[in-house]
Every structure is written in structure tokens, then in C-alpha cells.
Design a protein around this ligand. Structure first.
Ligand SMILES: Nc1nc2c(ncn2[C@@H]2O[C@H](COP(=O)(O)OP(=O)(O)OP(=O)(O)O)[C@@H](O)[C@H]2O)c(=O)[nH]1
Ligand SMILES: [Mg+2]
Length: 700
């Protein structure tokens, strides 16, 4: 394998809505480049990219798969990503290491919600992007509508390089950069190059001129040339298009039929000739605030963007060389934990196939095995000078489950396996909730969850149970109440004695100080679970020694950790301890803690206690025609609609919904809208539950 420098490496990432044809296009390109001599299909489960068992079972890409081809003078690394946004972690990681993004669209459906979601991520990183309208062979294909959709998405900077045409039943592609008509044989492959047909000349000229102008706009010299000559030659156009792509101000649009191998050769040619190489992108700033030197002589820095675990190989870490070069057996340091890792072998991976290489230079993508303590998002750097590549920000989980091992003895094994899964896929989030006494797993949706379950079953051999997580309720009070508790114990030796009088009241921010009390001390306790306990010492005449007050407060806090209604945390109460008694011999800290706890519990139960539930703020983006169903469903979930906006043909619904009613929402929304709606939700506040709900919960 030849070693390529960053001027001759192109890292291309295929993204796009589910089923747009990314995996098929990748396969066709590998075939065109001669890396494989037979094209597999998704249906026959023999593509290079979708090689994992779960991908065969589901008939869809689940993981981003790095592939590569060598074409003319370049090494083109292709990463084929999944389209379903359950696997958004794989998509974002790949976008992060891309030099050029190829956004594949299905000409039958145009811009889909999946395309829009991904476009937002592309924008975050401002990566050079081209659009490929696929499936032009399909009877329902509409290039025009798809192009309109692209323009609506990216604006007037989308420019057509190719459009499809049928001539006497034969699939043709008109190319307005080369000003050629490519006519394909029915079986695909090499096209016949023809002049532009007479009746297409006007349109092709118009589009050509548009492309020339757009290309000129992005480079001062070219603009001058354009004003002098009135046009640009092909090489000048290439230069301008590349500059425009790098400025994120020009988005070329191509068309192909990946399935029938029409147009993919020309697309490869464009990637080869025009698309930015690794060396063309702006140098990145590191976490340490320095600009990365992208030279092979510079200190080595690798960014690990993907980790997989395969039983036969162990852990495989995929990285991009961000600076310097890496050789087999290099010792590098992980900037997160300072651990030294030995990279015993370096590989180039093509799906399940791997090829050993001696070294990789800056800009390239490779893999290594069996790193000890390196996760996705880590940087490995040469010893001596710490370099940390800015980590990828992954989205928050959209669905949460309580997870436990079916076999109780396997709890620890399960927890270890989940930690491993998280280190490979940061969109899987695990936390043990002390409050709920459950292990909570957060992920991106039902399909994501299904793959986690599959991995636990098949890779780690653990049977896990997923249940709705308990809801983190809170308890509070609605009116004031008093209690007087005497704790007295006389058994043999020293006795225990303490008596506490207290008044409790609902607390709210900005409330006036209590009246009618002689306030000696005030303590505001910020509760770890939210809300406050405001504790007043209103003891008169020293009836309780001041040193016992902290014990009374401790007793109250113990009750607040497990409220009398449902065992949930109590919040937002103020307590005035205003009277009591002590005994010169038998009173002690423990006695006052017990008396404080009992008095508080008694007062709490008489203060119209109320259960509070967590309320989420929910935003749903849904195509206009489906908004009715989504609203009806939301109403059945005790939601309160707060506003509706519209953007293009989408409605944006904003509402608040109790967390307890959101369980399974991602699945439900998907089935209500055929996956065309998206949502996100964030915690908003605790609100009182309706009485009927409280009755059921307190009974349980
Ligand atoms: N007619 C037609 N069908 C195509 C074309 N390209 C792909 N398909 C079909 O579309 C379906 C999806 O293709 P994939 O290549 O798996 O699409 P994908 O974008 O990789 O899908 P995900 O990875 O699941 O997002 C398969 O049935 C393909 O055979 C095409 O050019 N024309
Ligand atoms: Mg795929």
C-alpha cells in the first residue's frame, strides 16, 4: 500500500436520509475503483459496508463503516454512515473527520426530515458538501423537486452540475461543468460521451453560466478573469468550485443511479479532481488553544472518532491523523488520562477486511487494535507535548430505560458491559440513580436500544431487562401546620429525652420572614435534589440548647430524603423550631435528631402534602399534514400546548408534558408520522400532579 500525503488524501463521508442509497453508492464506487470485482447489494447482504450481523438482520446500516479506494493519484477514504437518526452518534463522528460530505438524496422523496437533521450537523462543522440525487432511474423520481428541496435547505448556493434526462428510453446525464451528455447502457457502467442534444443546449448553457459565476464569486483572481473573459475554462471552474466548497458557499449537485451504476464514475472523478483534500481545510485549534500543524514532521496527534468491539479482534479504534505521522509500534499518550498506549499494528479497514500498513501520514484515516484505555473522542499524542483535539459534542439522550440483569448475579457484568458500550458510543449514557435505585440507560431511540440489547446478548452474553424508569417525584406541602413531639426512652442506664415544637410552611422564593417568632438563627439549605429547606431557630429562653439545633435539622433532612407519601424527596419547606424541652442528663444529639424527624413527619402529613412530578418542555417538528394526529396524541398525554410556529411545510409545536406521560414517545411519534417528525425535550420544572394521579401513586 502506497503512503499518501494530505494533498492526496480525500476523506469523504456519505450521509443522508434512511434508504437514500448511501451503502449502494459506496459499493458502486468501490467497484468503479476496482477495489471489488463484483457489486454486492443491500438485499443480498453482501455489501462491503453493511457487513455486521445486525445490519443484515435489520436490512439497514447501523454503524459508520470506513472504506477506501485508490483512484488515479488519490487515496479516497469513504465513510458510509447510517441514515436513521437513532444512530446520530455514528453520523456526527464521521462528519467530524470528513473533508468533504456527500449528502445522498432519494429522488423519489427529495429532502427528507433525515436530510434536514443531518444538514444541521454539517452546518455545525461547516464542512465542504456536495449533494447527490440518487435513484434517478426510479419511476417516481423527480430531480426538479429534489433540487427545489435542496435550494430550500441551503439557499441559492446550491448549483447544478448534472441533471438527468431520458433519451429514447436510455438514461442520460447532462453535465454542465464538462458540457457533455453521458448516455448509459441499460446495464450501467461506462457511458457513451455525446454532445449536448440540441433541445437541451439552452438549459445547459444557462446552468453552465450560473456555475461559472458561482465559481468565480469565491476567488478574487477568478472574478477578475471572469470579468475580462466573460467566462472561465474548466480548470478555472474547478478551482472556483473548490474554493466555494471550502467557504461553505457553493454546494454542487450531482445525479446518479447507484443501483444501476450510472454516474458514480463521474462523481468519483469530481471527488478526485475538485473536492477538497485533507490539506485544503483550515487548520484546527486544539483544546490547548494552539493551531494544529498539519505537517508530517510535526508532533503526532491522532483523534479517535470511532470504537468497535469485535469478539474475534477485541477493540478496534478508528482514528484520523490530525498532525504528524504514526508508525506501527509507536508509543503515544492519551491526553485525557495520561496513559501510554502502544499502537502495535496499524490498519486500513474496508468493512471486515483489514490491511496492515507500516505508517499513516497526517490527514489519513486508519485503525489500531487493543488500546487499553482509549475511548471514542480521545486524542493520542506524541510523548512530551500534550495535544487535545476538540471533542465531539454528542446530543442528549432522547429516551431512557431502567436496565437490569435478568440473572441477578450478572449485575456487575452488565454494568461493565454498559460502560464499554458507552466508551464506544458516547450517545449511550449510563447513570446509576441513587434516588430511583435504578441503572438508567439513555439512548437515541427504540432502534438504538435494540442494537444495545443485541450487543449485550450477542457480544457480551448478558440477558438484560429494560423497563420504564421510575419517575423522580417530589413531595411538598400546601399549607402551614404545627407539631409537638416528645422523644423519651428509659431503659436501664442512660435514657434519651428530647421535645421539639415546630411550625412548617410551604416555602417559595422571595417570601417574607415568618411573623410572630423570635428569630435567633436562619439557615437556607440548598437541597441536592432541587428546592430548599429553610430552617429557623426561634427558641426563646434557652429551652433547647443551641448545640442541639443541628441535630433537629439533621432529623428533618433525613425525613426529606424519603417523604412519607411515596418515599420521594421533599422540597421547598420552611421550618420554625420555636419551643421544646431538654433534660440535663438524658438529652443528646441522637434524641433531638429523632424528635426533630418525628415532629417534622407529623407536621408534614397535616400540611396537605402534595406530590410533584417532573415536567418536560417538548418541541416537536412535524410536517403540516400530520400535525392533527400529533396534537391528539399529545392531548392524551396531559400536555399543555404553548405555541405553534411554522417553518416551510413544518409545524413546530411547543408544549409541556409530564415526564411520566412521555414514556415511549419516540416510538409512538415515529409510527404516527412515518418517521417524518422529530422532537427534543428538556426538563422544565416540578408541578403538582392531579389528585387522581396522586391517589393512585400514594396507594402503591
Ligand atoms: N431504484 C433504485 N434503488 C436504489 C438505488 N440506490 C439504492 N437503492 C435501493 O434503496 C434501498 C436502500 O439502499 P441503501 O444503499 O441500503 O440505502 P442507505 O442510504 O445506505 O440506507 P441506510 O443506511 O439504512 O440509511 C435498497 O433497497 C437499494 O437497493 C438506486 O439508484 N435506484
Ligand atoms: Mg446504508
Amino acid at each position: 500500500m502506497k503512503i499518501y500525503d494530505d494533498k492526496h488524501i480525500k476523506n469523504v463521508v456519505f450521509v443522508g436520509a434512511h434508504n437514500s442509497g448511501k451503502t449502494t453508492l459506496a459499493e458502486t464506487m468501490l467497484f468503479e475503483a476496482g477495489l471489488i470485482n463484483r457489486r454486492g447489494t443491500v438485499e443480498t447482504q453482501n455489501t462491503v459496508s453493511d457487513y455486521q450481523e445486525i445490519e443484515h438482520e435489520r436490512g439497514t446500516s447501523v454503524y459508520a463503516t470506513p472504506l477506501h479506494t485508490e483512484w488515479r493519484n488519490y487515496k479516497i477514504n469513504i465513510i458510509d454512515t447510517p441514515g436513521l437518526d437513532d444512530f446520530v452518534g455514528e453520523i456526527i463522528s464521521s462528519i467530524r473527520v470528513a473533508d468533504t460530505i456527500v449528502t445522498v438524496l432519494n429522488a423519489q422523496h427529495g429532502v427528507e426530515i433525515g436530510t434536514e437533521i443531518i444538514w444541521n450537523y454539517i452546518n455545525t462543522y461547516s464542512k465542504p458538501t456536495l449533494f447527490v440525487v440518487n435513484q434517478i432511474d426510479h419511476m417516481n423520481a423527480s430531480f426538479e423537486n429534489t433540487f427545489k428541496g435542496i435550494k430550500a435547505l441551503v439557499g441559492n448556493n446550491a448549483v447544478i452540475i448534472q441533471y438527468p434526462l431520458l433519451i429514447d428510453g436510455a438514461q442520460c446525464i447532462i453535465d454542465v461543468l464538462k458540457m457533455k451528455c453521458y448516455k448509459f447502457p441499460p446495464e450501467g457502467g461506462k457511458p457513451e460521451k455525446l454532445p449536448i442534444p440540441e433541445d437541451q443546449k439552452e438549459r445547459a448553457d444557462y446552468l453552465h453560466n450560473e456555475l461559472v459565476e458561482k465559481a468565480a464569486e469565491n476567488d478574487e483572481e477568478l472574478l477578475e478573469l471572469f470579468f475580462d473573459k466573460g467566462t472561465l475554462n474548466e480548470d478555472e471552474m474547478r478551482q472556483g468550485i473548490k474554493a466555494g466548497m471550502l467557504n461553505h458557499e457553493l454546494f454542487p449537485v450531482f445525479c446518479v443511479s447507484a443501483l444501476n451504476d450510472m454516474g458514480s464514475g463521474r462523481l468519483m472523478g469530481f471527488i478526485d479532481n475538485v473536492a477538497p483534500a485533507a490539506a485544503d481545510l483550515k487548520p484546527e485549534q486544539t483544546v490547548e488553544g494552539e493551531l494544529l500543524v498539519r505537517k508530517k514532521e510535526a508532533p503526532t496527534a491522532l483523534f479517535v472518532f470511532k470504537t468497535v468491539y469485535q469478539p474475534s479482534l477485541g477493540q478496534i479504534s478508528f482514528f484520523k491523523v490530525k498532525s504528524g505521522e504514526v508508525k506501527a509500534n509507536d508509543k503515544l499518550v492519551n491526553s485525557r488520562n495520561g496513559e501510554t498506549e502502544i499502537l502495535n499494528h496499524l490498519y486500513i479497514m474496508d468493512g471486515k477486511k483489514r490491511e496492515s500498513v507500516a505508517k499513516l501520514e497526517v490527514g489519513d484515516i486508519g485503525a489500531t487494535l487493543k488500546l487499553k484505555s482509549t475511548n471514542t473522542n480521545d486524542t493520542l499524542h506524541a510523548p512530551g507535548k500534550p495535544i487535545t483535539i476538540k471533542p465531539i459534542q454528542y446530543p442528549e439522550p432522547r429516551t431512557r430505560k431502567a436496565v437490569s440483569a435478568v440473572n441477578k448475579n450478572e449485575e456487575e457484568k452488565l454494568s461493565e458491559a454498559l460502560k464499554k458500550i458507552h466508551s464506544q458510543d458516547p450517545t449511550v449514557v449510563i447513570e446509576f440513580s441513587k434516588e430511583l435505585k435504578q441503572m438508567i440507560l439513555g439512548c437515541q431511540g427504540e432502534l438504538h436500544l435494540a442494537t444495545i440489547k443485541w450487543t449485550l446478548d450477542n457480544i457480551y452474553g448478558i440477558e438484560a431487562k429494560f423497563e420504564p424508569p421510575k419517575i423522580a417525584y417530589r413531595e411538598t406541602i400546601q399549607r402551614a401546620s404545627n407539631a409537638n413531639y416528645r422523644h423519651k426512652k428509659q431503659s436501664g442506664g442512660a435514657g434519651q429525652f428530647a421535645q421539639v415544637h415546630m411550625k412548617i410552611e410551604p416555602w417559595y422564593e422571595g417570601m417574607p420572614e415568618p411573623e410572630g417568632f423570635n428569630i435567633r438563627g436562619k439557615e437556607e439549605v440548598e437541597l441536592a435534589w432541587g428546592g430548599k429547606l429553610v430552617f429557623y431557630n426561634c427558641i426563646v429562653g434557652g429551652v433547647i440548647d443551641i448545640r442541639y439545633l443541628p441535630s433537629i435539622r439533621k432529623g428533618i433532612l433525613e425525613v426529606m430524603e424519603a417523604g412519607p407519601l411515596t418515599g420521594s424527596y421533599i422540597r421547598d419547606v420552611r421550618v420554625m423550631v420555636y419551643d421544646g424541652k431538654m433534660h440535663s442528663v438524658d438529652s443528646n444529639d441522637i434524641a433531638f435528631k429523632i424528635a426533630g424527624a418525628h415532629a417534622f413527619k407529623e407536621a408534614f402529613l397535616n400540611a396537605k402534602p402534595k406530590l410533584l412530578e417532573p415536567i418536560q418542555e417538548l418541541t416537536v417538528k412535524v410536517p403540516e399534514e400530520m400535525v392533527g394526529n400529533v396534537m391528539t396524541d399529545l392531548q392524551s398525554r396531559r400536555s399543555i400546548i404553548q405555541g405553534i410556529d411554522s417553518i416551510d411545510h413544518y409545524q413546530i409545536l411547543k408544549c409541556t408534558v409530564p415526564q411520566a406521560e412521555l414514556y415511549g414517545y419516540s416510538t409512538n411519534l415515529r409510527s404516527l408520522t412515518q418517521g417524518k417528525a422529530t422532537f427534543n425535550s428538556a426538563f422544565s420544572a416540578f408541578k403538582a400532579v392531579p389528585n387522581s394521579v396522586q391517589q393512585t401513586l400514594v396507594k402503591n
